[in-house]
Design a protein around this ligand. Sequence first.
Ligand code: GRF
Length: 189
Amino acid sequence: MTASTKIAVFASGSGSNFQAIQEAIDRGELHAKVELVVTDKPGAFVVTRAENFGIPVLALNPKEFVSKAAYETAIIEALHKYNVKWIVLAGYMRLISDVLLAAYPQRIVNIHPSLLPAFPGKDAIGQAMNHGVKLTGVTVHFVDEGMDTGPIIAQVAVPVIEGNREATEAEIHKQEHLLYTKALQQLLQ
Ligand code: GRF
């Protein structure tokens, strides 16, 4: 990989992981360039964050496409236009289909707030707390067609603070931001 690998970040929500990635790039700790932020939620806060950094946003409503394949094909066209080499999912709340997977084989990564394979899917932090586990964490993994099932790249454990979801969540997000930038730097080198 070159010094500055071109990436796209996909997000559906707040975009704090996107922001952490961009800040790591600005500090020179991550040798990448976010060419495009892709969102399926045009009103998501990640759009504001991207605009603040002057990064182009592709906001497409999947419902406006005849099929998931057509939706992903439109995304791929934009990714090719920006010469994007890697896709970084950061709170993107959709399964990736074989159309995108075929266009970016072994080049799509995701971050998930649990120690996978435990607690895949939605609200992983709530799932962990409801199960009463003492230790949860964060996982960075390659994306396949399953829900949070691809090969694991990096993990960090985070203790559950019993009865305090807010504090547990804050620590998980802090660790996510550190782990994702570190894992990406190793992957993209
Ligand atoms: C993170 O917890 C990430 O692990 C999960 O979705 C959340 C996104 O948070 N996939 P943010 O939008 O980056 O703040």
